[in-house]
Design a protein around this ligand. Structure first.
Ligand SMILES: C[S@@+](CC[C@H](N)C(=O)[O-])C[C@H]1O[C@@H](n2cnc3c(N)ncnc32)[C@H](O)[C@@H]1O
Length: 324
């Protein structure tokens, strides 16, 4: 998938947008839509359907007119006799191939986030940063037409890429999605009542610990805070900062590992190629105003907050004793 030389992603045709704002297209393939052509070796090519044009392969061209007006999921043959499977991309296919500004949340985590953060139809969700808009796509689908999503991004150029990606996928603007350019904490401070409260908050940024107080002020009691971090050092810091806040439940951390398998006759084994690390998910729930989390009875692991530890120090942890 990619943008054409004029920088357009326009997906023409009468079947491009649905009232559910899912971005899913059904019915006959229409001119202007993108399809994925998969060759016999499994290599995928993204092609925009344009009347009178051909897609060129090493085995001759494929007339795109052969696809326009026909069903999804067909086999087309190039002039030189090579067969290609033609299908509309799924949202996950689009997400991993769309233009990027910042690194994206991959579909394996996006799926987890929707469940772990309990994103529901009609939910009011705050998100930062928006980056390339990959996670925004999943959040928008989960909240549906009746939800609201406020996405904060401090880089204007990334916000533009994200808006274009989401609009391309949906085929239209999402009426309940607002991208706000600016630092999250500063933006929230500048608009105390907008949004006045949110049901869920999702952070994917370099220093999420700096935003926990500000986000905690907008999150409803029982609301879910979910933070995606890439590194173990970020994970440790964000977990302890949530504990320091005391207005959240004990945070939980997970890593999502998805392993593909090869299963053919008696050759049944994990697929070749390692699945590399992407990130960690940290979740915690907001307590009611004025309520602080009960002090933990369990003692921290020996040395967890020893003299070498310089991060946020939860209130039940004894002050560091210096050597001197
Ligand atoms: C890894 S990217 C987010 C990717 C996004 N979740 C996606 O799936 O496409 C992190 C983004 O957070 C933005 N960011 C970092 N700190 C921020 C802050 N304090 N306020 C707003 N945006 C911030 C960065 O500019 C960057 O675009």
């Amino acid at each position: 998938m990619g943008w054409d030389p004029a920088g357009n992603w326009a997906c023409g045709g009468s079947n491009v947008s649905r009232s559910d704002l899912s971005g899913v297209r059904t019915g006959p393939l229409a001119e202007g839509e993108w399809v994925t052509l998969t060759d016999p070796k499994g290599k995928m090519h993204s092609v925009r359907l344009q009347a009178g044009k051909s897609f060129h392969t090493t085995k001759g061209g494929i007339a795109l007119d052969d696809l326009i007006g026909g069903p999804d999921g067909v086999v087309v043959t190039s002039v030189g006799g090579m067969q290609f499977l033609a299908m509309r991309p799924l949202m996950a296919d689009f997400t991993v191939t769309m233009p990027r500004g910042a690194a994206i949340v991959y579909p394996k985590e996006a799926g987890q986030i929707v469940m772990a953060a309990d994103i529901f139809p009609g939910a009011r969700v705050l998100e930062a940063g928006v980056g390339s808009g990959a996670l925004s796509l999943s959040l928008l689908r989960a909240i549906g037409p009746t939800g609201r999503l406020w996405s904060y991004e401090r880089r204007d150029d990334f916000a533009t890429i994200a808006r274009r990606n989401v609009e391309t996928w949906l085929g239209t603007e999402h009426p309940a999605w607002e991208v706000r350019v600016g630092d999250l904490v500063e933006s929230l401070a500048a608009s105390p009542e907008d949004p006045a409260e949110v049901d869920r908050a999702i952070l994917d940024m370099l220093a999420p610990w700096d935003c926990i107080d500000a986000v905690g002020e907008r999150l409803v009691p029982g609301g879910v805070l979910l933070i995606y971090v890439a590194t173990a050092t970020q994970l440790g810091r964000v977990m302890d900062q949530i504990r320091v806040h005391q207005g959240f439940t004990e945070p939980a951390a997970t890593e999502t590992i998805v392993r593909n398998w090869h299963a053919e006759g008696l050759a049944i084994r994990p697929a070749h190629g390692a699945s590399s690390h992407t990130g960690f998910l940290v979740t915690a729930r907001r307590l009611a105003p004025g309520v602080t989390s009960p002090l933990r009875k369990r003692r921290p692991a020996p040395g967890a907050y020893g003299p070498d530890y310089t991060g946020p120090r939860p209130p039940w942890v004894e002050p560091a004793v210096s050597d001197g």
